[in-house]
Design a protein around this ligand. Structure first.
Ligand code: G4P
Length: 527
């Protein structure tokens, strides 16, 4: 039996957040390369293309060149077991991303040195802040002309209201980029274009060590010392606790495509990033080192193979140790689930998991019995909290081209709703289904999937609906009178929970004003 506290403390489960094009894919690939999980750079993309070539259910993904699906990659580095959760970057799929962020213990925020904070960086950062996820920043593309480092740091500080501390400091930029000085570990890293993964690190005893002069030109050394002095004067110094509480972000500079700064970033994560956190449930907090295994499902992904409707539930182990063949209690249904063949995710392949520890992510194949937000335990009736569901911003009705197959459509929609791909509402009056999504592009993806996976051509049609809100109240009588009065605007979601469908902003305001005891929720916790 492995030593549980030891296994837990060496785990680092994290995600990369970035605005599209900042270099997330490139950095992911380099991290895997450094972690020995892949042999050749280029594999992340190649694998994506191969996958796309194999299956046609994600035509939209291929046509638009965006990544709709997220995955998990595990690798080892310097004695730590890393689990990197991929977050889809396209803004249309942010709901999946938000949920993925509930399953990580820290994040790396990638910023393009020429662009600074961009719209998607901001959104994703806000999602991290909701849970005080600790963030390490990686300023990428230093091999190109970008903005002044100090400018970038103040922008992060001001726009995100987040303290920053330089973990490394760049020497020059673009054509004159020479490397970085690691301020936390007193090392000089010299930049080499197209460099290999083992960048030479030169030990230097502090920024004033004369040894620096033998590696850099006098004006470079002078500038470096001046910059660092200024940065140290302006910024906070590193404080592990402040970082782990999500209030302070250490910032690295590098160039992912040139393998530069990646090793430092990983070493930084190994040293500073938090091991699996304590997780909250409706009844008590669960520590990762508790003997009994517990965890929750944060994402469901349909099988890539259109002929099979199996789905993979992504399960974050929150405590204890998992062993293959183990039975776990599915708390929502009260049934035991036998976990024969859950998978762990290595960069290029899936592998059957023999064992796993708190912090790890398992993929559990199932036929639809697992839903987002479900808790599994070794017997205790726990329910983990904090997995959000967002009110859709686009609502359309959907019909099967062949009316005789309406029942099949119902089944398909129900499965897609459980997967979290869309919200599906059954209005109290009428027969059409209303489908709600957070990004308009999702309707195309859904129509494509329903056609290819379920063999059902369907049509989405615009509705006069504006938005949806889950409703609840502590006052049962008030809720009942609201439901009776507004029946024509009410629907049920796939869990049977009541939802108010508003025709416009005024309609929603009016309902809220008329029914002060009813809560109209934009975000609901699963399940
Ligand atoms: P994303 O996943 O965040 O969207 O970004 P991705 O890694 O795909 O990178 C976006 C572009 O930025 C790519 O160029 C990539 O090569 C480039 N890039 C990444 N890191 C660096 C860096 O450190 N320096 C420089 N100069 N460029 C970098 P592309 O032309 O869009 O694609 P590709 O054909 O080069 O793959």
């Amino acid at each position: 039996m492995a030593n549980l506290p030891n296994e837990v403390s060496r785990r680092r489960t994290f995600a990369i957040i970035a605005h599209p094009d900042a270099g997330k894919t490139t950095l992911t690939e380099k991290l895997l390369l450094f972690g020995g999980a892949i042999q050749l750079a280029g594999a992340v993309k190649a694998r994506g293309e191969q996958r796309r070539a194999r299956s046609d259910w994600m035509k939209v993904e291929r046509e638009r060149g965006i990544s709709v699906t997220a995955s998990v990659m595990s690798f080892e580095y310097r004695g730590c077991a890393f689990n990197l959760l991929d977050t889809p970057g396209h803004e249309d799929f942010s709901e999946d991303t938000y949920r993925t962020l509930t399953a990580v213990d820290s994040a790396v925020m990638v910023i393009d040195a020429a662009k600074g904070i961009e719209s998607q960086t901001l959104k994703l950062f806000e999602a991290c802040r909701l849970r005080d996820v600790p963030i390490v920043t990686f300023i990428n593309k230093m091999d190109r002309e970008g903005r002044e480092p100090i400018d970038l740091l103040s922008e992060i500080e001001q726009q995100l209201a987040l303290d920053v501390t330089p973990a490394s400091w760049p020497i020059g930029m673009g054509k004159t980029f020479k490397g970085c000085f690691d301020l936390l570990r007193d090392r000089l890293f010299l930049f080499e274009r197209g460099g290999k993964q083992d960048e030479a690190e030169i030990e230097i005893k502090g920024i004033n060590d004369p040894a620096l002069d033998s590696h850099l030109k006098p004006d470079e050394v002078a500038r470096l010392r001046e910059d660092v002095e200024m940065a140290r004067g302006l910024m906070k110094s590193f404080d592990l606790q402040a970082y782990r509480e999500g209030h302070l972000s250490p910032v690295y500079f590098g160039s992912a495509v040139n393998n530069f700064g990646v090793g430092e970033l990983l070493a930084g994560l190994a040293e500073m990033a938090p091991p699996p956190r304590v997780q909250h449930t409706t009844t008590r907090d669960v520590a990762p080192t508790e003997e009994k295994a517990t965890g929750f499902v944060f994402k469901i992904q349909a099988n890539m193979d259109p002929k099979h409707r199996d789905r993979i539930a992504f399960f974050r182990l929150c405590s204890g140790q998992f062993q293959r063949g183990m039975k776990m209690l599915h708390v929502r249904s009260g049934k035991q689930i036998n976990l024969h063949n859950p998978v762990v995710f290595l960069a290029q392949d899936r592998e059957i998991a023999e064992e796993a520890f708190a912090g790890d992510i398992l993929g559990i194949p199932n036929h639809g019995n697992l839903r987002i937000g479900d808790t599994l335990t070794e017997g205790e009736a726990l329910q983990f909290t904090g997995i959000p569901s967002f009110a859709p911003e686009y609502l359309q009705s959907v019909r099967a081209d062949d009316p005789l197959r309406a029942k099949h459509l119902g089944k398909a929609l129900e499965q897609l709703a459980e997967e979290g791909a869309a919200r599906v509402f059954r209005p109290e009056i009428g027969t059409d289904y209303i489908v709600g999504v957070v990004g308009a592009l999702q309707f195309e993806v859904l129509a494509d999937r329903i056609r290819t996976e379920y063999g059902l051509p369907v049509r989405f049609e615009p509705t006069s609906l504006h938005t949806a809100r889950w409703v609840e109240s502590d006052d049962a009588a008030a809720l009942k009178s609201f439901l009776d009065e507004t029946r024509a605007s009410m629907a049920k979601d796939h869990n049977g929970d009541p939802v108010f469908l508003a025709r416009n902003a005024w309609h929603l305001d009016r309902a809220q004003a008329d029914h002060p005891k009813v809560k109209f929720l934009k975000v609901k916790e699963q399940p």
